[in-house]
Design a protein around this ligand. Structure first.
Ligand code: MG
Length: 237
C-alpha cells in the first residue's frame, strides 16, 4: 500500500519539549528564589517531571481540565519545594504560577533541527497532519511559534477536542479522516513507543517510532513498527 499522508506527534517529535521544559523550569525557579530548595537543577526537574507524569494523564482521561492539571501540578511541586500552604493554593494562584513558568519555557522554544527540512521536503508529496494528546489552540500556537504551522493545512487533531487520547484507535482514525485517507494510506510518526507507535499500528496506520536516543539506521522493532533515530530518516522510508 502506498503512503499518501503522514501524521505527526508534536512534543518530543517536532518540538523539543524537554529542553524547553528543563531550561524554563530552572530559570523560573531561580527567578522565584526556589532553586535553593532542591539539591540540584536535575533533582528539581526530576520532581517536576514525576508530578507531570502523574497529573497529565488525569487530563487525558477527562478527570481534569487542561487548566486544572496545571494547577494540580503546581500545588504538588511547590509542596515538594517546601512552600508552606502550597497544597491549599487556589486554582487561580497555581495557574498564574504555571503561566509565569510557561513564559520562561516558551522564551526558548524551538523545533528540532530536522523538523523543518523534513516537513518542507514531504509537503509537496504527502498530505501532512497532526494528532496530539493536547489542546488544539495550545498546539496551534506552539507550531506557529516554532515556524511549522504552515505545513499543516488540515485541521489539527487534539485529544481535548476529539474526546479521547492516544493510544486509543479513535484519535488516529480521526487524523486519517482529516487527511481524507484510509489508515493504511497514512503513516504516523511519534516519539512515545506505546502511545504513538503501538497505538498507530493497532489502529491500522503505518507506524514509525522516532527514537532520538537510538544510534541511527532505520530498522524494525515489533511487527508493524519501523524505528528511526531522526526525522531525516523518514525520507528513506
Ligand atoms: Mg511526543
Amino acid at each position: 500500500m502506498t503512503i499518501r499522508g503522514v501524521l505527526f506527534d508534536v512534543d518530543g517529535t517536532l518540538y523539543d519539549y524537554e529542553k524547553a521544559e528543563e531550561a524554563g523550569l530552572h530559570e523560573h525557579l531561580v527567578a522565584k528564589g526556589l532553586s535553593v530548595r532542591f539539591e540540584s537543577p536535575a533533582e528539581a526537574l526530576r520532581v517536576w517531571r514525576e508530578v507531570r507524569e502523574e497529573e497529565y494523564p488525569r487530563f487525558l482521561n477527562g478527570e481534569l481540565t487542561f487548566a486544572a492539571q496545571k494547577a494540580a501540578r503546581i500545588r504538588r511541586f511547590l509542596a515538594h519545594a517546601g512552600v508552606v500552604g502550597a497544597l491549599e493554593w487556589t486554582d487561580e494562584a497555581a495557574t498564574a504560577w504555571f503561566a509565569s513558568y510557561a513564559v520562561q519555557r516558551d522564551a526558548i522554544r524551538r523545533a528540532f533541527d530536522d523538523a523543518q527540512p523534513v516537513l518542507g521536503a514531504l509537503a509537496g508529496r504527502f498530505r501532512l497532519g497532526v494528532v496530539s494528546n493536547s489542546v488544539t489552540a495550545h498546539q496551534r500556537a506552539k507550531l506557529d511559534a516554532i515556524g511549522l504551522l504552515g505545513y499543516f493545512t488540515e485541521p489539527l487533531i487534539c485529544s481535548q477536542e476529539h474526546g479521547s487520547a492516544k493510544p486509543g484507535a479513535s484519535i488516529f482514525l480521526a487524523g486519517c479522516e482529516a487527511l481524507g485517507l484510509t489508515p493504511a494510506e497514512a503513516a504516523y510518526v511519534g516519539d512515545d513507543y506505546e502511545k504513538d507507535a503501538v497505538g498507530a499500528r493497532d489502529a491500522g496506520l503505518q507506524a514509525v517510532w522516532l527514537d532520538r536516543s537510538a544510534s541511527g539506521g532505520s530498522g524494525a522493532v515489533d511487527a508493524g513498527i519501523r524505528v528511526i533515530a531522526s526525522l531525516t530518516e523518514l525520507m528513506s522510508l
